[in-house]
Design a protein. Sequence first.
Length: 326
Amino acid sequence: MNVTVRQLRAFVFVAQLKSFTKAAERLYLTQSALSLLIRQLEDNLQVQLIERSTRKIELTAAGHELMGSAERLLDDLDATLANVAELGAKQRGKVVVAAPYILATTFLVEVIAEFRARYPTISVHLKDSLPEQVLMLVRSGGADLGIGSFREWESGLQWTPLFQEPLVAVYPRGHPIGKLPQLNWSDLAGLPVISLNRDSIFRDLADDGFSQAGLTLAPAYEVAYAGTALGLVRAGLGIAILPQCVGILTDPTILLRALENPQILRSVAVITRNGRSLSPAAEAFVDMLRKSARVSASLAAPQPQPRLSRRAARGRRSLDAISEES
């Protein structure tokens, strides 16, 4: 049967108003167009629904049977369409985000806080996990989107770059490297280094930094989580190589500095599944990520330093030493 919503709506209005004229006005149709819709509905159902006379309009037994179901069906359809429109306006919904520990505890918490302030009726479910699990969650549909740094671009996933940030050395306050005018990878030679293990892309990046400096990384400690690395630094057991965003997780007992010669950057991207359109709520979250990423990128970018005279440079070094030990 080729029954349409327009036919059902025309029938319900005629039955409710008991008038073709009034129903046509409410539906912004001519009476002939309305009559055609009713005839098409009766032809499709192969039954008469309305008794027509010059005085009044009455429903047949079949018409009464259809009336209750048609009203409920149209009410449900109207409610569903209103819900979809509400979602389209980003007024409610749910977003499932997968991210590794470092990003989940630094960059993402601020994004989620801002998102919740702007869209209070959209719930955000954060799945903090290992980078490999982020890929699996997005690919399987367990997460709407994932955020992280990954070794390679894999098929079946859509990649959108967000920002880059440098790797830094995290060290205990008062450590001699804090007094250096510039911290190079070569300055870490012979010092106990704490790195993430070989399952992490940051180990690859650290290996690359040492290699370009003519050194080989031989970690004193290898750990799976950045929080563990920070704990080892806090205990005075070494210098950790981590992304710059971990500065949010530090306390006054530890400091961080960018590593130079070479500068090693990690790229952060948002990934979604190919062939699967995002919900309006998820699209709103991705937009928020892009805006926040532009701010993060500007903060991570090295700022040009004015050239100082020798006397001014000596004064700056003295102030830095005082700040370092304070």
